[in-house]
Ligand binder design. Sequence first.
Ligand code: GAP
Length: 508
Amino acid sequence: MTAPAPSDTLMEDIVGLCKRRGFIFQSSEIYGGYNGFYDYGPLGVELRNNIKQAWWRDFVQCRDDIEGLDSTIIMHPKIWKASGHVDSFSDPMVDCKESKLRYRADQLFFAPVSVDGETIGYVSVVECIDQQEVAEKAATEMKRKMAKQGELDTIELKEYTEAKPEQYELIPSPATGKSGSLTEPREFKLMFETKVGPLANDAATAYLRPETAQGIFANYKNIVDTGRVKIPFGIAQIGKAFRNEITPRNFIFRSREFEQMEIEYFISPSADWNTLHREWIDTCIDWLVSIGLPREGISEDIHPEDKLAFYSQATTDLMFQFPHGEQELWGIACRSDYDLKQHQEHSGKSMTIFDETAKEKYVPHVIEPSLGVDRTLLAVLSAAYTEDEVPNDKGKVEKRILLKFSPKIAPVKAAIFPLLKNKPELVEVAKRLHKKLQRRWNVFYDASGAIGRRYRRQDEIGTPFGITIDFDTIEKDGTVTLRDRDTCEQRRVTEDELIEFLEEQING
Ligand code: GAP
């Protein structure tokens, strides 16, 4: 599988397919939709579950050093005070007073437009793949309109967060193109608040968790006390997280309700965290490839030291080539002992562990691989989306859309077709095989329409295998045809061979 080229049309194609075939819907659509929230339809929920199950199996069940956890979404508000979220989990926001639109200041870019060194105005652009091009076009247009002679100087875009106070008035709003309506950036708190209990006063304020990680830190002591773990060990959790994102966008890439798959991997303070961090990065890349993402679509973004939080030793983000550009998919951070020490201080409970091997007691450090389920699903969809041309039943070459999902995570693993729906003997064998396979995998029975059309429908939802019951099956040797989604090649196999093949492809 190759990495998708960034393109807005690819995103539109994916969004359209997701709605048409029942993967993902805009939340509350019958009421006009609700920005930043998405619902997963019949195929979406299967795909989502398969991604989560693959992660859980590979990182929890197949490892002896990682334990699972499922903590609550609403936790004691002191947890968020201790973690620092109450005071500092925010994004810089800027408002356009005229259009009433709101931007994240770190996703809004501006540049002075200068001709032969003389500044003639400013351009602004919201973060996008071709932001430099958009800004240059706007600058050329400004020069033309102002009838300025001379050379346009290089456009150097900067984040709005870097603008000087005297520039706020001069930078145009991307919504109106006019200057004077953008506010200065101010911090916008991302945590959703709620009230717990019958009294709606300040003391009842609680938060929907913005990450699953703190549930792990808050339960670290419980898990250590079960006696099941010894350093180094990890605690893994999959669960919903909520952030009141200023500008949710790019479909499910940045939403207000999403799901995370997080691990806190506890290590000795004297461990070689550099090597362990590298091992985690490689393990995470291998896992993404194992679920079908192209290796060449994944890159590493190493955070520069001066941009790290004071407690963090290193952070590397695994980036993926999404349709809207290369963006963060998986964050892998070395967070020292900061979180545990904060909880130790705020709760008054000791967070030390006795290291049997080193014979010493300490608060461990952590490596934190943190992955979004929805972002993984978008990456998988972008990598799988393919258009090609294949001959139809009559031999005429037609365009087809297919999703090249890995059989491991494909929502439907195989489709079973009787060649003709009005031949009871074919239907009976097909239905029996469907029932048999259904006990192990999510498979689909389809008898309606020409066989080519039925293949096409399955290709579009990414079903890797088509199994057809024809007259040879019932009159000759009991074999069925097995069709490969990507190559369209067909071969005859016995039922035993079929099951062995599916087992190997799906679970192997
Ligand atoms: N505990 C660390 C943490 O939460 P993060 O970088 O804020 O770190 C980790 O989030 C991952 O969660 C991201 O790499 C991304 O995959 C996913 N994620 C974060 N915010 C998201 C959002 N608004 N919508 C969808 N996924 C999101």
